[in-house]
Ligand binder design. Structure first.
Ligand code: GDP
Length: 142
């Protein structure tokens, strides 16, 4: 076990349906600490860059449009095995495949509007955090 940081987004469908509190409460109840947070309306440039790895996929335009459709809550979560723990809490990408009580099973509308994002590995977590947060915006509170 080791303390890690991961990057999390509550996507526009989660923010617009007033789910911020429920989602953060779930992270906190599972031992993840919010050490950075900000609300932001992503520009197309930011959304395209963030999801550049998917730029050749058929759903890319829909994904970028969805991520720009309203404000998102960007967060850095910290805790033991935070990257894997967050992925487990979120559940499978497609809510139809997500396990019971995962955030996507509980809240996602579809595979495109699946409410939350979470980094999938240490290198992506580091890059995604750096993409949106300066070191001075992150707490060192533990
Ligand atoms: P994640 O790490 O579980 O978020 O999944 P991926 O990195 O594979 O995909 C990034 C995001 O693209 C997902 O969270 C979905 O919102 C979206 N996405 C992935 N696959 C599809 C798809 O087949 N159709 C649509 N419309 N969106 C998809």
């Amino acid at each position: 076990m080791s303390k890690e940081r991961t990057f999390s987004i509550i996507k526009p469908d989660g923010v617009s349906r007033n789910l911020i509190g429920k989602i953060i409460a779930r992270f906190e109840s599972e031992g993840l600490f919010v050490v950075g947070a900000k609300m932001k309306q992503l520009s197309r440039h930011e959304a395209e860059g963030f999801y550049a790895v998917h730029s050749t996929r058929p759903f890319y335009a829909e994904l970028v449009n969805s991520m720009c459709s309203g404000p998102v809550l960007l967060m850095v979560l910290e805790g033991e095995n935070a990257i894997l723990k967050n992925r487990e809490i979120m559940g499978a990408t497609n809510p139809a495949d997500a396990l019971d009580n995962t955030l996507r099973k509980l809240y996602a509308l579809s595979i495109g509007e699946n409410t939350v994002h979470g980094s999938d590995a240490p290198d992506t977590a580091q890059n995604e955090i750096a993409w949106f947060f300066a070191a001075s915006e992150l707490a060192n509170n533990q």
